[in-house]
Design a protein around this ligand. Sequence first.
Ligand code: COA
Length: 325
Amino acid sequence: MTVKRSIVLGTGSYLPERRLTNSDLADLVDTSDEWIVQRTGIRARHIAAEGEVTSDLAVHAARRALEAAKLEPADIDLIVLATATPDHTFPASAVTVQNKLGLTSGFAFDVHAVCSGFVYALTTADAYLRTGMARRALVIGAETFSRILDWNDRTTCVLFGDGAGALVLEAAEGDGTPADRGILTSHLRSDGAHKDKLYVDGGPSSTQTVGHLRMQGREVFRHAVSMITDVVEDAFAATGTDADSLDWFIPHQANRRIIDASAKKLGIDPAKVVVTLEDQGNTSAASIPLALDAAVRDGRVQRGDLIMLEAMGGGFTWGASLLRW
Ligand code: COA
């Protein structure tokens, strides 16, 4: 049976120039390189320059993805941008990206699911392509979390960084089997009962301020592994695949211990896990496309590879997408 699939034509990413190491952070708050590395695996993160906004990061990543796909901005008719740190309350930063790319056709909007944002955006774009509402999409995750961190709070400011990643999707035809190229299945979940465990204490309708990120770190940790493994198992079950058939596991890059524990519980060989958080920290919605782009550009990801993407974050929201390269 012929089905529509969204296949990836190219990837791109961007990290701001300024790199902030753990020892730099130890000059700001009472922390140490040893504590941060042991608890999280993070050694450095990148911080956007003054005046450099989320849409700027997104445009850099998008241009690189378009170049890899050998396409021009005009070939795109949908832009879905995952971000929790938009340039403005409105308009959506996606339309600013559209404008900076010189596009006046098609349509663009933001998706807001915090650290799960990229999986949500990818799933959304996939649905538009499969229903024929768009033909080629730019899916972007871009964040400037440095702007919402409380730089006096050592329990949160050491964890996050800025960055952007993007990919170009195109609608194609497949046979409806797991051997098809493209996105094979996606599984999204949320549960607002956990909304106070990871949130920002400001907003236009509540405080009329931007606010700062607040987190009950242990509570997030406690739920992360089971939520992640649940949706990944759902993706395996929906496609008749398993940990052994997987070529690459590309998780949201929040914490090395969460990644390792999830892979172990799922029975995924550690050699198949792509980890970039050491030099990037948690870049929220940008982390999966940043990691994917790294693995594509260094030649690990090859045509035909089976790739699992997964994320969990504020809300809580969580999700997984399985795709064949
Ligand atoms: N440097 C040094 N000490 C720190 C510190 C820092 N940056 N942050 C916290 N501490 C201290 C705490 O104050 C506490 O001290 P106390 O025992 O004297 O009270 C001690 O370290 C242990 O704190 P705790 O919060 O129990 O540490 P933890 O082992 O749970 O690790 C996290 C903290 C944040 C690394 C961990 O909970 C975590 O990774 N959670 C998930 C966070 C996450 O990934 N969020 C994003 C999801 S998208």
